[in-house]
Design a protein around this ligand. Structure first.
Ligand code: ZN
Length: 268
C-alpha cells in the first residue's frame, strides 16, 4: 500500500449493531439488553462470527457480565453525541486508540436509513503506519489523566498514545489553552464539532485564537480546524485586522477544497 495523503478517505464502511443508549458515564449501563438482542438477532451468522473475532478489552473499572456487550463497548464508535448512538465497524473498530489521531471518522447518511462511516486522514500517513482514531471524541480536550480515566470507563482501554505518555511535555497545557476557547457542539446526527465560541467570547484577542489553533494543530486534532478558522476569520474581519482575516479565509478555502465543498482554483 502507498502513503495516504492528508484529508484522503482511508476507508468507507457500513457499521453494524447501531444502538441508541441512554446518557451515562459508562456506555455499558446505558444499553438496553433487549435493544442489543434485537439488533444482534438481525445479523447473519457470518456477521455474528466476524463480530466475535473483534478484540475484547478487559480494562473496564467495572464488571460487564455479558461478553457480547463487553465486546461491543470495547469496539463501538460514536455516531452522534446528542442521540447517543454508537455502532461497531468490523474494520474501523480495529484502528488503534490515540488522543492525537491520524484518522478521523464521521457517520455519513446519504439517504435516510442508509449510512456508513467515513475515515479520513488528518495528515500524510506513511505506508506501514498504523491508522489511529479517538474512541472518546468528547474527551479529546481533557487532560491526559482525565482522558485515560474516561477511556477506561467507557472502552476498557489503557491509552498509550504519545499525548498520554508521561513525557508528553506541554500537551495538557496546549489542550487547556484550547478548551475555554472552543466548545463541544453536539449536533444531531453528526460527530460533535469543537468550535471557537465567538458569541460568548467577544473579548478574546487574536493571539488567543492563534494559540488555540496552534494547540489543536500540535495535538493533531485537525478536524476541528474548519470552524475555528471560519470564526477566526470573522473575528479578525470585525476587528479590522484584514491581513489575518485574509490568512484565515485562505485556510477556510483550503479546507473547503480538501473536503470537496468547492472545486480547487486551478490557478493556485
Ligand atoms: Zn491517549
Amino acid at each position: 500500500m502507498a502513503d495516504i495523503g492528508e484529508g484522503e478517505v482511508a476507508l468507507r464502511e457500513t457499521p453494524m449493531l447501531k444502538l441508541r443508549i441512554k446518557k451515562s458515564s459508562r456506555i455499558s449501563s446505558g444499553i438496553s439488553s433487549q435493544a442489543f438482542d434485537e439488533s444482534w438477532n438481525s445479523l447473519s451468522e457470518s456477521e455474528q462470527q466476524a463480530f466475535s473475532e473483534l478484540p475484547l478489552n478487559t480494562g473496564f473499572d467495572h464488571e460487564i457480565k455479558d461478553p457480547c456487550i463487553a465486546r461491543w463497548c470495547s469496539n463501538c464508535l460514536a455516531c452522534s453525541s446528542e442521540l447517543e448512538q454508537y455502532a461497531v465497524a468490523l474494520l474501523g473498530s480495529r484502528f488503534q486508540q490515540s488522543c492525537s489521531p491520524n484518522t478521523l471518522y464521521r457517520l455519513v447518511e446519504p439517504i435516510p436509513n442508509s449510512f456508513y462511516f467515513e475515515y479520513r486522514t488528518t495528515c500524510r500517513v506513511r505506508r506501514g503506519t498504523q491508522l489511529q482514531v479517538t474512541y472518546d471524541i468528547l474527551g479529546i480536550l481533557c487532560t491526559a489523566q482525565k482522558r485515560c480515566s474516561r477511556l477506561r470507563k467507557r472502552k476498557g482501554i489503557d491509552c498509550r498514545c504519545v499525548s498520554c505518555h508521561p513525557g508528553a511535555v506541554g500537551s495538557d497545557q496546549r489542550r487547556a489553552v484550547a478548551k475555554p476557547i472552543v466548545e463541544a457542539q453536539q449536533r444531531r446526527g453528526t460527530i460533535p464539532e469543537v468550535r471557537y465560541a465567538s458569541q460568548s467570547h467577544q473579548h478574546i484577542h487574536i493571539y488567543q485564537i492563534l494559540a488555540a489553533l496552534e494547540a489543536l494543530h500540535q495535538e493533531g486534532v485537525y478536524h476541528f480546524d474548519a470552524p475555528l478558522y471560519r470564526d477566526a476569520y470573522e473575528q479578525c474581519h470585525r476587528n479590522g485586522d484584514h491581513n489575518n482575516a485574509l490568512l484565515f479565509r485562505d485556510h477556510c478555502l483550503r479546507i473547503a477544497w480538501r473536503e470537496g465543498v468547492v472545486a480547487p482554483d486551478p490557478l493556485t
